[in-house]
Design a binder for this molecule. Structure first.
Ligand code: NAD
Length: 482
């Protein structure tokens, strides 16, 4: 099929590359001329596994880049809207980009039937509004339908998530639109994509072919908001339990193993840490809260999810303070700036918020992130120093903070690291290491919801009030980054 994807960000570019890889003829459109110029030069403007390879092998007739929305729309029978839906002042989603694209699509005309697909995360009723705006701007009522096809990809594993999803949701109020979307995803639904030799590698434990869920447009819009709200709630819930573990000397990982063994709950997303961030959960929670408010339901549970998430960062700062006594003038190595491992995205990153808070305490920060330092430099104050490796960041540090769950941060050479640091103190906001292992390597190691260990015990006068030490074990396996 001929498809246009409007927006070449984390979702649009991944969707365009994957749809091209499924065999469609795709034009990816953006009104950011620099971004399109960069894509035309062969560069990929974001860090995402498999994306450069997919773009490269489909570039040409199957995958083109353009700033000309009207032309792309006229030659396409499906148009995916994948532009940003940032939060407005009051928490509602700002849909002005979606509205602007809808007007442009109506004015572009085209003369043949098209399905307009909401790929952006939008509040319920947006499909009605897109239709209304298009009609007001001259689109012929019988020549288009608006459908919702929410995207569930996660940055860092976006390509794999797109091609091996847990489910494909099609929200369409006409059988014609539903049929068009079924046709687009046919290579995945009939399994033919997964039989190809050059398919993107299959992750463990996926269900193939992915289940298709066909709903009304409104239900599909709600599925996306409810899913993100539930996942954020799962994170805040387990962080709250981790805080209780901290208080009573239990181990959140043991608790999660027991809780997650219940098939109704499951192990995934039970990761205690410094809270969620990124461009989706924070804004989608606010937008869903606003949707509820607008229909007369006071969804206060969501307020509490947000509050726990914010508090989690303050608790982390308190842990740093407790480990170092005073913060002013302390030299801190910061590992991780992206909001999660595998991406260069720093939008609403807990790591960035924590670096800012520590700078306000007059700490000196040397940061390292495998992909996000370029973007971080644009938003952080000039005083922050950047290192070209985790070990370089640790040089002469009073303490090292792990703020992003990059896999490489779970496999550091601990002997080398210790030798470079002024004091062997690690405060791990992502629970990447086994406390017993860290103790055996001589580190003071403080994480979230797990026993704190003191490889070198502080003198009695400076010892913290409560400590639960697990027996030291020599060696041991590093857990993989979650
Ligand atoms: N990032 C994620 O992990 C993720 C996952 C699922 C869903 N989503 C949703 O997908 C949507 C897009 O997210 P993103 O992270 O890709 O955003 P993004 O900011 O990375 O990309 C949006 C792109 O749209 C372009 N754009 C804006 N207005 C335009 C217009 N009128 N014409 C053409 N291009 C235009 C921007 O220039 C930008 O390149 C959001 O609604 C988001 O909530 C994001």
């Amino acid at each position: 099929m001929h498809i246009a994807v409007v927006g070449s960000g984390y979702v649009g570019l991944v969707a365009a590359a994957c749809l091209a890889d499924l065999g469609h003829q795709v034009i990816c459109v953006d009104n950011d001329e620099n971004r399109i110029a960069c894509l035309l030069r062969g560069e990929v403007p974001m860090h995402e596994k498999f994306l450069p390879e997919l773009i490269e092998r489909n570039r040409g007739p199957r995958l083109q880049f353009s700033t000309d929305l009207a032309q792309a729309a006229r030659r396409s029978s499906a148009i995916f809207i994948a532009v940003g839906t940032p939060p407005a002042e009051d928490g509602e989603a700002d849909l002005s980009f979606v509205e602007s694209v809808s007007c442009d699509l109506a004015r572009a005309g085209g003369g043949s039937y098209k399905v307009i697909v909401e790929k952006s995360t939008v509040p319920v009723y947006t499909s009605d509004w897109v239709r209304r705006v298009m009609l007001l701007n001259g689109a012929a009522p019988d020549y288009f339908d608006v459908a919702s096809n929410p995207e569930f990809l996660r940055e860092g594993t976006a390509v794999t998530d797109f091609l091996y999803p847990d489910r494909i949701v099609i929200g369409a109020d006409s059988s014609r639109a539903a049929a068009a979307l079924r046709e687009i995803y046919r290579p995945m639904l009939d399994g033919s994509y997964y039989r190809r030799e050059n398919k993107v590698p299959e992750p463990d434990g996926v269900r193939l072919p992915p289940p298709l869920i066909v709903t009304s447009a409104k239900s599909a819009e709600l599925i996306k908001h409810a899913s993100n709200a539930f996942l954020a709630m799962k994170i805040s819930f387990i962080n709250a339990v981790a805080n209780i573990c901290d208080g009573v000397g239990a181990d959140i990982e043991e608790v999660c193993e027991g809780v997650g063994a219940d098939s109704r709950i499951g192990q995934r997303f039970l990761n205690a840490g410094i809270g969620y961030g990124g461009s989706c959960f924070p804004k989608d929670l606010l937008a869903f809260r606003a949707v509820a408010r607008n229909c007369g339901y006071d969804f206060r549970l969501l307020d509490e999810v947000v509050r726990i998430n914010e508090e989690q960062r303050q608790r982390f700062i308190r842990k740093v303070r407790r480990a170092l006594w005073t913060l002013k003038g302390k030299r801190l190595a910061v590992l991780g700036l992206a909001f999660k491992g595998g991406t260069d995205d720093i939008r609403e990153s807990p790591a960035i918020a924590l670096v800012r808070a520590l700078l306000r305490e007059n700490c000196a920060i040397t940061a390292y992130d495998p992909a996000a330092m370029g973007r971080a430099r644009e938003v952080l104050p000039a005083g922050v120093e950047y290192a070209d490796s985790a070990h370089a960041a640790a040089e002469d540090a009073d303490a090292l903070l792990i703020l992003t769950d990059w896999e490489e941060f779970a496999a550091l050479d601990l002997e080398r690291l210790r030798a470079r640091m002024k004091y062997p103190i690690i405060i791990d906001g992502r629970n990447l290491y086994d406390p017993a292992l860290m103790e055996s390597r001589g580190f003071t190691y403080i994480s979230v919801g797990r026993p704190e260990v003191y490889g070198i015990r502080p003198a009695a006068a400076t010892a913290p009030q409560r400590r639960v030490l697990r027996p030291a074990v020599a060696g041991g396996e590093l857990p993989k980054a979650s």
